[in-house]
Design a protein around this ligand. Structure first.
Ligand code: AHR
Length: 505
């Protein structure tokens, strides 16, 4: 058996744990909205048609922000279709997903759902088929208290108080040729800068996210960020990053090392943003909103939109079933996001329900948890205080895609107030168990609270509606703490959370 070690010291702080790291995403896509969060005939549905079993699991997942309404969908969306009396709303074709949107849910319903689910909204405007004026109209409708045509329309529609949405995305993946209204970097940069400037004239407190690349393998990656930030730097707070490159395609070793790819992506975007900052002689940093990330099996049949004359409402789309290895990778991607808490100030797991999602529903029926639910929920619940920079020593594993990577990946958070230290660790070896030794210099009097591990001899095990609990994270009986040392055994293909606290607690 091989061993790895980490050294944790409360003096080595990367930055605070940010609640917005634990965001998710609700798009008008497939069954995410209709029969996902909204299913008026479901026994748990409330007066707005929202399923409370889904709301309960959203809360249990520990989601902070929810990005809405897309995604590719937003680039053809007319927000006005989704407000006012439901019986008068038009059904529209959604070109992004070759579907029909009945517009039963729009911005006011989403805001009511967000309140019920206890999440902060993150609204995206359409910069594909639309522009500055329509973005301003939506902002006026949402955030102006009253006394104008659009704010009074919101009040007439039942929302007396302004929604006061702070975070706004300036379009979605505008670098992607698949995007409706796709633009060159120069075209988008001008539009984004002018939209941001005008939106800030209406509401100076907005936090604005400009589109970065929809993946690090895009041919324009790097140049896109440079052009867009050069134009829009002073008007925005964040640049987005999206990544879905990670899937099991027969090369388990590389798949387990996916977080290395996320690390490199974040570092590259940060370097580009800092390059623009230096050229501008600006003192303010642009942060990253990693507002779409997940494992996604894009080549599976369920990711193929309908075609021809078939324009269904809420088709089964992107309903990936996740196994144990997928959950280990998701846990590791969260470790990467936390490790970059100095740079990544917001992130959204894509998506929340049914569509590449931790929560699944049967129309009118059961709700259940996918494997990826667990590392997300546990990290969100227990990562608190500051993220610590760890020294990691680990055996290496050779991967076809990323070269040699450490078998162990880990991050720690420490909450000085409560005395809670949380260590999140993955064993990325497909074959070998790893003994993890933790050097706790700088801490004294810590005791073990719990150690739980997600793993299974069959890493291809997936949850179903009939059984979503056989492979949940389990107590790891090997953990021990002696003086300033802790240790735990990590099975191959596993994710572990070790919780310690000051002895007085
Ligand atoms: O999350 C699914 C899709 O992936 C989103 O609509 C789009 O933004 C991305 O390409």
């Amino acid at each position: 058996m091989s061993s790895a070690s980490i050294t944790a010291d409360p003096a080595f702080v990367v930055g605070p744990v940010r609640r917005r790291t634990f965001g998710a995403f609700v798009e008008h896509l497939g069954r995410c909205v209709y029969t996902g969060i909204h299913d008026p005939d479901h026994p748990s549905a409330d007066e707005d048609g929202f399923r409370h079993d889904v709301i309960d699991l959203t809360r249990e997942l520990g989601v902070s922000t929810v990005r809405y309404p897309g995604g590719n969908f937003v680039s053809g969306y007319r927000w006005e279709d989704g407000v006012g009396p439901v019986s008068e709303r038009p059904a529209r074709v959604d070109l992004a997903w070759h579907s029909t949107d009945p517009n039963l849910v729009g911005v006011d319903e989403f805001m009511r759902w967000a309140t019920k689910a206890g999440v902060e909204p993150m609204m995206a405007v359409n910069l594909g088929t639309r522009g500055v004026q329509e973005a301003l109209d939506l902002l006026e409708y949402c955030n102006v208290p009253g006394g104008t045509e659009l704010s009074d329309r919101r009040r007439a529609n039942g929302a007396e108080e302004p929604h006061r949405i702070r975070m706004w995305c300036l379009g979605n993946e505008m670098d992607g040729p698949w995007q409706i209204g796709h633009k060159t970097a120069e075209e988008y940069a001008r539009l984004a800068a002018e939209t941001a400037r005008a939106m800030r004239m209406m509401d100076p407190d907005l936090e604005l996210v400009v589109c970065g690349s929809s993946g690090s393998k895009m041919p324009t990656f790097g140049a896109w960020e440079q052009t867009v930030l050069t134009e829009a730097y002073e008007h925005v707070d964040y640049i987005s990053a999206h990544a879905y490159y990670w899937e099991q395609d027969g090369d388990l070793g590389s798949f387990l090392a996916s977080a290395v790819d996320m690390d490199r992506f974040i570092d590259a975007v940060s370097a580009t943003a800092d390059g623009v900052r230096a050229a501008r002689k600006d003192s303010r940093s642009i942060h990253i909103s990693f507002d779409e990330w997940n494992v996604w099996y894009q080549n599976r049949a369920e990711s193929r939109p309908p075609s021809g004359d078939d324009w269904p409402v809420a088709p089964v789309l992107l309903e990936d079933r996740y196994n144990v290895a997928d959950a280990v990778v998701v846990g590791n991607l969260l470790i990467s996001l936390l490790r970059h808490t100095d740079r990544v100030h917001a992130a959204s797991l894509a998506q929340l329900v049914n569509v590449i999602a931790p929560i699944m529903t049967e129309p009118g029926g059961r709700v259940w948890k996918q494997t990826i639910f667990h590392p997300f929920a546990l990290t969100s619940q227990f990562a608190k205080g500051d993220v610590l920079r760890l020294a990691i020593e680990s055996p290496m594993v050779d991967t076809a895609r990323f070269g040699e990577v450490t078998a162990l990946d880990a991050v720690a958070t420490y909450d000085d107030e409560s005395g809670d230290l949380v260590i999140l660790a993955t064993n990325r070896s497909a074959t070998d168990e790893l003994t993890l030794n933790v050097d706790l210099r700088g801490f004294s009097g810590l005791r073990l609270v719990e150690a739980i591990t997600l793993s299974n001899p069959d890493h291809t095990w997936s949850a179903t509606a009939d059984d979503d609990s056989s492979v949940a994270p389990r107590d790891n009986g090997t953990a021990r703490v002696v003086d300033q040392h802790a240790g735990v055994e990590l099975p191959p293909v596993s994710w572990t959370m070790l919780r310690l606290t000051r002895a007085t607690h």
